[in-house]
Design a protein around this ligand. Structure first.
Ligand SMILES: [Zn+2]
Length: 256
C-alpha cells in the first residue's frame, strides 16, 4: 500500500490494500474495492470513522485532492455525531422513540422484559448485548407483523415472508414476490415512523414503484408521511449508534 505523507494528513500503514489511518484525528479506513469505479468517501457513524474506497489501481496519494475537497464535510460528520451506545446495563436506549434504561437482573430468566420506562434483562452478563438485540428484534417483529396484517387488509393485498435485517442501505424493501424486509432498528424510532415504513412497503404490494398511485396508497394508510420521512432523514442515522456497530444507511455519502 502506498504511503503518502506529503500533506501530513494521510498515513497508511496496513497491508492487503486496506488499512486504518487517520485524517486530522479522524480515523480513516482505506479499502480497495475491485468493483469500485470511482473514489468514494463516507462516514461510518457507528464506528466513528471515515471510509475511503479506492478503485483498483488508484493509490491513496492520488486520492489526496479528493480527500482535501471533502475535508470540511468529514469534520462536520465527525463532530455532529453522538457517541455510540452499546447495549450494556445502565445504558439508555430509545424504544418507540422514548428513552428506556437497560437493567440487568442475573437472577431472572435470560430474556428481555419491558417494564416501562425500563427494559429488564435477565440472565448472565455474558451475552447481555446479544440478548438485548434479540429481545428488541422480537418486539419489532411483533409490532411490524401486526401493522403489516392490518395495512395489507386495508389495501386488500397478500404479503409474503417478513424478514428483519440490519441493513444499512435501506430501512425496508418489498420484493416482486411480495416478501417484505425491514430494519429491526426501526423499533427504536417513534411508532409513527415504523407505521410509515410499513405503510411504504405494504403499498409496494400494490405498486412496485414510487408513482403517484403508490404514494396515494401510502397516504390512504397513514396521514403523517411527510413528518415520518423527515424524521428518518434527520434522526434515522442516530439509530445506528446503538448496540452492535454497523454503518448507517448509505444515502449518506456526499454527492460527487
Ligand atoms: Zn419504496
Amino acid at each position: 500500500m502506498t504511503t503518502h505523507n506529503a500533506a501530513g494528513k494521510i498515513r497508511v500503514d496496513k497491508d492487503k490494500g486496506a488499512g486504518l489511518s487517520d485524517i486530522d484525528g479522524i480515523p480513516l479506513r482505506i479499502v480497495t474495492h475491485p468493483q469500485a469505479k470511482r473514489l468514494r468517501l463516507r462516514y461510518d457513524y457507528a464506528r466513528q470513522q471515515a471510509i475511503l474506497t479506492l478503485p483498483p489501481g488508484v493509490t491513496t496519494a492520488q486520492a489526496q485532492p479528493f480527500l482535501d475537497q471533502y475535508h470540511h464535510w468529514l469534520h462536520e460528520q465527525h463532530s455532529s455525531m453522538p457517541q455510540p451506545t452499546p447495549f450494556l446495563p445502565g445504558a439508555r436506549i430509545p424504544l418507540g422513540g422514548t428513552p428506556h434504561q437497560l437493567h440487568h437482573h442475573p437472577d431472572r430468566p435470560a430474556r428481555l422484559i419491558l417494564e416501562e420506562p425500563c427494559i429488564q434483562v435477565g440472565g448472565p452478563i455474558t451475552g447481555f448485548e446479544k440478548r438485548v438485540e434479540n429481545g428488541l428484534k422480537r418486539l419489532c417483529r411483533t409490532r411490524i407483523e401486526a401493522l403489516v396484517s392490518r395495512m395489507a387488509m386495508t389495501l386488500n393485498v397478500q404479503h409474503g415472508r417478513i424478514t428483519l435485517r440490519d441493513t444499512h442501505s435501506r430501512w425496508g424493501s418489498c420484493s416482486a414476490k411480495g416478501h417484505l424486509s425491514f430494519s429491526w432498528r426501526i423499533i427504536m424510532a417513534p411508532p409513527q415512523v415504523m407505521e410509515y415504513l410499513v405503510a411504504h412497503e405494504v403499498s409496494h404490494l400494490k405498486e412496485l414503484n414510487h408513482s403517484k398511485a403508490f404514494w396515494g396508497h401510502v397516504d390512504h394508510l397513514i396521514d403523517h408521511r411527510q413528518a415520518s420521512r423527515k424524521w428518518l432523514k434527520t434522526h434515522g442515522h442516530g439509530l445506528f449508534t446503538y448496540g452492535v456497530p454497523i454503518t448507517k444507511p448509505g444515502l449518506l455519502s456526499p454527492k460527487f
